[in-house]
Design a protein around this ligand. Sequence first.
Ligand code: C2E
Ligand code: CA
Ligand code: CA
Length: 404
Amino acid sequence: MELSSTHFLVVDDDAFLRQATGNMLKAMNVASIREAGDGAQALALVQDDRAQPVHVILCDLNMPGMDGMEFIRHLGETQSTAYVIVMSAHDENLIASVKKMAIAYGVKLLGAVQKPVSSQQIVDLVEKFIPPAPHVVKKASTSPPLAFTLEEILHGIDEGQFEPFYQPKICFKSGNIKGMEALARWIHPTHGVISPYAFIQTLESSGNIDGLTFLILKKAAQACKRMHDEGHFISVSVNLSLNSLGDPLLAEKLTLAVREMELDPKYIVLEITESAAMTEVAQSLENLARLRMRGFGLSIDDYGTGFSNIQQMTRIAFSELKIDQSFVKNCTENKELCVVIRSSIEMSHNLNIECTAEGVETKDDWNTLKNLTCDTAQGYFIARPMNLSAFSDYCHSYTPLFFL
Ligand code: C2E
Ligand code: CA
Ligand code: CA
């Protein structure tokens, strides 16, 4: 993007640095420059649609009031298309985690620069990384992901087009198959196999996730029973939406559904993701305690990506902790990731919980995790999710030697 058509916003609590940055931008002939002394002022400027658009925000991290991190979060919530450049004196680790956070909030972070900022740094980031006219390019990427309406999804469920695929979980020590995770797929008559990212969110936010949960649970229980009949006494993991935990009758309904399939709940693991969104804390805890009492396994999914609710969750007897894939991928080459993994494994073992690593993609990462005494592995290195008949074949021809 050309600097002469780029509108800037400088956010810094230090008036002197703010002005110096503004003067530097002026000398670069940018389209316009506005200034804010903290996150709240900046947000008001971005949201004021009578004002000029903001293309690039130069933002300090450490500010009194709303700091840079909180500002980035709110910016994500407003679905702003502005690019952010973080100005900070902090070290690379902190900048790297701010980058991750920005991505998670859907904010486009161009990069981070040390203060005081130089004009060359701005030129490098803006001209090289921003495509022309960002407000027009917005979301029209080359191949937009398939988007379905709630009606279409519910119709697909009614038509029986949804079914779980299964991905094996392998015991590091023995190399045996311990279990499988049931992952929802929409086998669409015209679009083929559709990933859960295209429908879970819509079902959850409209209060319609339970229909899918019970459908997947019943099929998964049935599949688990079939595996037992074929001589493989494995368990099956099913993803449970946090929203469902607010229903006082949930534990009862899940137990009934599993018993209907003539399976002992001890073969079912319910995976729950940590989240800031949990509202019915007491009811959720009651449901989880009751499910555990009935023999279900309970797993903390995506561990490491969540929020402080996990502290409340530790009151519940979880049986498994799944380290999120973002920590697992390439852990062999990354010391920081290894530190997180090692402490997660240590914590789970101290709590007597099984530790699973998700997203194991390479032999190297398999070896690293094994050396760190992780219990269970799941990932493309072992196998991708597959339909039931392929999974059954996989179990028949499986030989643990490959992994040892
Ligand atoms: P999840 O529960 O964290 O499931 C693991 C996801 O990682 C799956 O994606 C799986 O296919 C993928 N995966 C496994 N191994 C690897 C690997 O080595 N590398 C990479 N890059 N990915 C790997 P999938 O099937 O697309 O599911 C996405 C998410 O959708 C799941 O994440 C889960 O949160 C949600 N989901 C899936 N099925 C259901 C369901 O029945 N109910 C609910 N509520 N959510 C579901
Ligand atoms: Ca899961
Ligand atoms: Ca996960």
